[in-house]
Design a protein around this ligand. Sequence first.
Ligand code: S3P
Length: 189
Amino acid sequence: MQLCDAALNWCMVERGAAIVLLGFMGSGKSSIGRALARRTGLPCFDTDDIVAARFALGITEIFAKFGEVKFREAEDEVLRELSPDRPAIVVTGGGIVVRPANVELVRRLGFVVNLLADEGTLFDRVMRRADRPLLQTENPRQTMIEILRVRAPLYRQAADLEIDTAQLAREEAIDAILSASETFRAAAT
Ligand code: S3P
C-alpha cells in the first residue's frame, strides 16, 4: 500500500463521500468494487455498467457502433451525474483519466484509489475476457504496454492511495482501502 502525493492535497479540494476506484483494465476494479460494496453495505456504481445500460449494448458494441468518442462522452456524463454527497463505491472504466477534467471529477467524488498490478498479471487478466475493444489488435500485449505507459502517471496523479492487487489478496486490499479512507476522512474533519 502506498500513499500518493495527491493525498497531501486532501484539504485543498472539496472531497465527497465516495470511494472511487481507478486503474487499468484488469487491475481488479470491478471485483474489488463489488466486494467493497458488500463489506460496507454501500451502493456500487460502475460507470461501464451504467453506460452499457444507457445504450442497451455491451461496451464492445458501443465502440463498434458509435466509436470511442461517443463512449467517452457518455462516460463523462455518468461521472458528472454521480453525487459527491452520497456515500458509495464508484468503479470507473480504465480510460476515465484520459480526459483531464475527469481527474477533478473523480477527486470531487471522494477518496481515490489507484489499483495496479504488474504487466504480466494485467495481461493475463484482460485476456480472460473478450470485451476490451481497445485491445482487439494484432498485438494486444504491445498495445496494452503502450496504453499503460501513457496512463500509469495519470492514475498515479489522480489517486490518494495505490494498491497492488497482484500482491494482496482481495480481502487484504479491501482492509487497506477502508483503513486508509477512514484515516483520510478523520484528517479532513
Ligand atoms: C477502457 C476500459 C474498459 C471500458 C472500455 C475502455 C479503457 O473498462 O471502459 O473498454 O479505455 O481502458 P475496464 O477498465 O473496466 O476494463
